[in-house]
Design a protein around this ligand. Sequence first.
Ligand code: FAD
Length: 376
Amino acid sequence: MARRRDYDVAVIGGGLLGAAIAWGLAREGRRVAVLDEGDVAYRASRGNFALVWVQSKGLGMPEYAAWTQRSSDRWAELAAMLKDETKLDVAFARPGGFHLCLSEAELEKRAQMLMRLHNQPRMVNYPYEMLDREGLRKFLPDIGPEVVGGSYSPLDGHCNSLRLLRALHAAMKGRGATYLANHVVDRIDPRAGGFRLVTAAGEVRAGKLVLAAGNGNARLAPMAKLTAPVRPQRGQIVVTERVRPFLPYPIVTIRQTDEGSVMLGDSVEEAGFDDSVGSGVVAAIADRARRMFPLLGGLNVVRSWAALRVMTADGFPIYDQSAECPGAFIATCHSGVTLAANHALELAPMIAGGQLHPDLEVFSARRFDVPKVGRA
Ligand SMILES: Cc1cc2nc3c(=O)[nH]c(=O)nc-3n(C[C@H](O)[C@H](O)[C@H](O)COP(=O)(O)OP(=O)(O)OC[C@H]3O[C@@H](n4cnc5c(N)ncnc54)[C@H](O)[C@@H]3O)c2cc1C
């Protein structure tokens, strides 16, 4: 007979969002269950580029720039807490990061974009600089002759994101959370005082519910009277063999990992749920990287993969509590590495307390409820 279990909070999804929130809830003393799919699930959390990135975030929603900066500012604290609780070092570093341009037109476009970002009303005032080639060479002596300039922000950083996922899982389990693999939630039944989650492996009941199922949120959200207009967006990544340390700063599309390999990324493709790797895209990624750092041309590629981002129409996160089913929350975003500190240290305590802070109202999916304009 299928088993039934009761918890304070059930989190659907064991990716970076679900694990960070579950750990945060467990730290608040809640009895938490995390329901996740099996090994073949789509998981952005296992295929990302591992940047903790600020410099380009928030054009069109300055509150997102502030939210991102806050997470970046708390990331060192997050890494230290994870190390303390799990002994795992997630290799976080915030040396500042660069965006490199291969033509004057690219450089001009970049400068204009950052100016528009910073000219927005209510924009947080974080530091960034546009640099010409000579300015860049002081930080990055190995750039190729085609690099004409770029942008820099001291707030940018990176980590080992697979280790981050592992550490979050270890930390949430260490705090007593129950991880239920192979528990695909087929149905959510809101009922008095909580929620009943139906899975083929048994039923789980909880007082509160957090939807953190990545692209799975689109299907699950209506069951808790929420909306999650998210779509998969493919990104491909190429990894080289290990090499001597040569790149002390992350570049938005190139970064040397703590283990010595170089990650090259990452494409932006609308391909539905197709997560296959295409040699044309991989070649284009490698070529652009080689033009930025010619020494990369001599390295062997050891791996490439594709993974699916969780993308909203405007690219900004969704954080909501259901008005019709109070106690049901949703969290989804395309920068779950960057925002991990906020999810664990800020969002989870709000959920534990039963209320999202009014500052998060701007991230409600209600922003997509634009009345249709038709002809009379
Ligand atoms: C190529 C690429 C590069 C990226 N680079 C960066 C970067 O540099 N920096 C950054 O901050 N972010 C980056 N991201 C984004 C980041 O990886 C995601 O924001 C983050 O992983 C999303 O985590 P998630 O937990 O919401 O989703 P996922 O990792 O997709 O996890 C969702 C989980 O929910 C489970 N699930 C789904 N449906 C159900 C169901 N019905 N029942 C039970 N479980 C269910 C799935 O099995 C899965 O485990 C990148 C993403 C990609 C694809």
